[in-house]
Design a protein around this ligand. Structure first.
Ligand SMILES: NC(=O)c1ccc[n+]([C@@H]2O[C@H](COP(=O)([O-])OP(=O)(O)OC[C@H]3O[C@@H](n4cnc5c(N)ncnc54)[C@H](OP(=O)(O)O)[C@@H]3O)[C@@H](O)[C@H]2O)c1
Length: 323
């Protein structure tokens, strides 16, 4: 099969197509013929050599989410049969023609979605469900803020928070991105390059913040959170905060938490998949949740997808497709 290999740590040009053997599904795994694979920001860090895949996972083929058809079944698989259309969260290996994954981390693709649309969903659905609704405990009527509103994570967080009854605020780096966030349901999106989100949101008060930025956003987040607010980290693209005002956190009883998804075990991811099946897939089937695809590229143009993601010009997801 064809797979995109990281030939050595470096820029987008180090990604090259190679022939690799088709993987064989182990017990409880399915073999998926990949029709489309989603890009994620951490793919960039892994390509540069800064974010190795977990031990036991393929190291030199990127890709954390795919959509395709079940081609073969490992021993003990009960949930799927050959020919089923599935989307799956994987720990690596998605930029390829075939990949294997535990049967319980696959979700049935709703009839309303194409393979390209389905491939845009698993990483964001699993991450947002865990961090906004489980860790952040977002409730109907609360105020929710997502930084990086036009990212793959952001477009998902906006729509799910809105669908579950929150008032939604977002930040993004251009007016075009802000418009896209508001079109998806954000009540207000702030162009952080033109306005200070702290000044704009302090009066409103926020109950849950999903932050991937870190750095100087940390103190601003603490300042705008309501009493008993929850601050949830999924990355720190601007690094660690220089200061941490412990007293303010205590006075407002703020919970600071965060998580990484990739290294979690099968049981944890299976439990998330069940909750997503129950609570989120019905919204997608009813057309209450839109996928947002910025561009698609063939597998042979993986380098271009990385250039686009690093430019941060995209809105929503970038997808690799197998022709
Ligand atoms: N912890 C986890 O389990 C987990 C899981 C999935 C994703 N994540 C994280 O969630 C974030 C979003 O992932 P994604 O794949 O959806 O990303 P993405 O589509 O590439 O979007 C990231 C966006 O963040 C904005 N941004 C703001 N400040 C930035 C900075 N200092 N450096 C780079 N970008 C900046 C950019 O848009 P603007 O124009 O608005 O600046 C950029 O387009 C990433 O940081 C990723 O690592 C974490």
């Amino acid at each position: 099969m064809k797979a995109v290999i990281i030939t050595k740590p470096g820029g987008p040009e180090v990604l090259k197509i190679e022939e690799r053997p088709i993987p064989v599904p182990s017990e409880n795994e399915v073999l998926i013929k990949v029709k489309a694979a989603g890009l994620n920001r951490s793919d960039i860090a892994q390509r540069k050599g800064n974010y190795p895949a977990p031990i036991g996972t393929i190291q030199d083929v990127l890709g954390l989410e795919v959509a395709g058809t079940v081609e073969d079944l490992g021993k003990g698989v009960r949930k799927w049969k050959k020919g089923d259309n599935v989307m799956a969260l994987i720990s690596g290996g998605g930029y390829a023609e075939y990949v294997t994954v535990d049967e319980n981390i696959c979700l049935a693709i709703p009839d309303t979605l194409s393979f390209t649309e389905a491939a845009s969903l698993p990483e964001a659905l699993f991450t947002v469900w865990d961090n906004v609704f489980r860790r952040g405990r977002l409730k109907p009527g609360e105020n929710f803020l997502i930084h990086g509103g036009s990212s793959g994570i952001g477009i998902t967080a906006i729509q799910l928070a809105k669908a579950f009854g929150a008032t939604v605020f977002a930040t993004a780096g251009t007016d075009e991105k802000c418009k896209a966030c508001e079109d998806l349901g954000a009540d207000i999106c702030i162009n952080y390059k033109e306005q200070d989100f702290e000044a704009k949101l302090k009066e409103k008060g926020i109950d849950v913040i999903l932050d991937m930025i870190g750095g100087d956003y940390f103190a601003k987040n603490i300042n705008i959170l309501n009493a008993d607010g929850r601050l949830v980290y999924i990355n720190a693209m601007k690094g660690n905060p220089k200061e941490f005002n412990i007293m303010k956190m205590m006075q407002k009883r703020i919970v600071i938490t965060g998580s990484t998804l990739r290294g979690r075990d099968i049981e944890f991811k299976s439990a998330l998949a069940k909750e997503i099946e129950e609570h989120v897939l019905p919204l997608i089937k009813q057309g209450k949740f839109k996928t947002v695809i910025d561009q698609t590229f063939p597998l042979s143009e993986a380098s271009k997808t990385h250039e686009l993601m690093e430019s941060s010009k995209h809105i929503g997801k970038i997808i690799l497709v197998n022709e």
